[in-house]
Design a protein around this ligand. Structure first.
Ligand SMILES: *Cc1c(COP(=O)(O)O)cnc(C)c1O
Length: 418
């Protein structure tokens, strides 16, 4: 980006204006450290774990031990949008990771995958083999082994829930380092699962840093590094293989004449980046991934547009990063993810805070699904310039990244304002 453009963009970002940034590097080729084989390996590992997942989490029985969510068409929302003049040729779907089993958010994909992979590696040190039935990992001697080990993670909330609930179910001690944005109900729920929650009166990056430091001091502690983890990323990427099946079973074509636009709420970048990476591996140029971020905290946009990735944070342009979208309250993007997915993200949109409750209510009132504020931000794509470039018949998927664990009282506050 030339200096003039960058200055104009930086000014708009500083003012927290809503904007849509079209990625000039979209479609350029780049060297990639991860590929199709890595996604397949992750999918195979999750398959092997199905017997254990069913045993520890009976709510996955309907999915036969897969951690997966429905893809649901939301025609009443589409009709309501049309009345407001928001139109395009093609259908509108909600990917309901808000209803993912175990952790109720997109973090159930990457987080639980990472915990399982770590457990598998530990179990192999005491004679476990991949040919065994994985449900034995819930029993001696493996359970004792896990009880003797710690997992730590820094989180704005949902990653902690995912790692905490899965880790504790296997027997691990789990310590979650939480930033100030984390909702108190998320902390309480974790404590109910026997997880140690450490709170920091600072932002997310510091919670991660401190967690990483404390974990390094303990040889039996494993740190899940949200800013740098390939395992998390690949756990998210597997979503694309599952989505492909879901679209095929409905007879929905995705090809050059029928593009797929996907709206992904973005925090540090791992979940939306992993999903975008998986989708690009499956659909190539026919899929258009978009990231959505709070105007108050546009970390990935800042990192990509400046080319500085994790060498810049929203604080550097005078933003405090405060947002109701707690899952997106991340001031510094993942450099690993930003560099990897830079040529794959069509554009990034930012939204103002006052939009969230409207989106959340629109979905709930028209279709009856509740999602949390971070997830509701996916709707913002439909209100932005991106839509104007969809000249072909375009299937749109809004990725609802979280919601089912939100307590009733908290839901009522969002929906009714009290
Ligand atoms: C974590 C999270 C995101 C974004 O994922 P990142 O990996 O942080 O980019 C989006 N929505 C919800 C509900 C989340 O919890």
């Amino acid at each position: 980006m030339d200096n003039q453009n960058w200055l104009a963009l930086e000014k708009a970002l500083r003012r927290q204006e809503e904007l849509y940034w079209e990625n000039p590097k979209y479609g350029l080729s780049s060297r990639q450290d991860l590929g199709w084989e890595d996604i397949e390996e992750a999918a195979l590992r999750l398959d092997r774990f199905r017997p254990l997942i069913k045993k520890l989490f009976p709510e996955t029985l309907p999915w036969d031990g897969l951690i997966e969510s429905p893809l649901t068409e939301i025609p009443k929302v589409k009709a309501a949008l049309e009345e407001e003049g928001i139109q395009w040729k093609g259908r509108l779907f909600l990917k309901r990771d808000s209803d993912l089993p175990i952790a109720g958010s997109v973090k159930a994909r990457g987080g639980i995958y990472t915990v399982l992979k770590h457990a598998e590696a530990l179990a192999k040190t005491v004679g476990f083999a991949e040919t065994l039935n994985y449900s034995v990992l819930a029993e001696a001697p493996y359970r004792q082994l896990f009880q003797d080990h710690t997992i730590q993670v820094g989180s704005t909330g949902n990653l902690g829930l995912s790692i905490g609930i899965a880790g504790a179910a296997l027997g691990f001690q789990v310590i979650v380092h939480m930033s100030q944005d984390a909702k108190s109900w998320k902390k309480e729920l974790l404590r109910q699962h026997g997880v140690v929650v450490k709170e920091y009166a600072s932002d997310y990056s510091l919670a991660v840093k401190e967690g990483r430091r404390l974990s390094e001091q303990d040889p039996k502690s494993f740190f899940v590094d949200d800013e740098n983890s390939k395992d998390l990323f690949l756990g998210y990427a597997v979503a694309a293989l599952r989505l492909k099946d879901q679209l095929e079973s409905r007879g929905i074509a995705v090809d050059a004449d029928h593009p797929l636009a996907v709206s992904l709420p973005c925090g540090v970048g791992g979940a939306p980046g992993g999903i975008a990476f998986g989708l690009k591996s499956v659909y190539g140029q026919s899929v258009l991934p978009y990231f959505i971020e709070p105007a108050a905290c546009p970390a990935m946009l800042l990192g990509m547009a400046s080319g500085k990735h994790d060498a810049i944070a929203v604080g550097d342009i005078g933003l405090f990063g405060q947002t109701q979208a707690d899952g997106l309250a991340v001031g510094r993007p993942s450099g690993f993810v930003g560099r990897l997915v830079e040529p794959m993200i069509r554009g990034i949109g930012t939204f103002s805070e006052d939009r969230l409750v409207d989106y959340l209510k629109l979905l709930f009132e028209k279709e009856g699904y509740f999602v949390e504020p971070s997830a509701a931000s996916a709707f913002h794509l439909l209100f932005q310039a991106a839509r104007e470039s969809w000249d072909k018949e375009t299937t749109v998927i809004l990725w609802a990244t979280g919601g089912s664990l939100v307590p009733k009282e908290v839901r009522r506050v969002y929906l009714e304002g009290r």
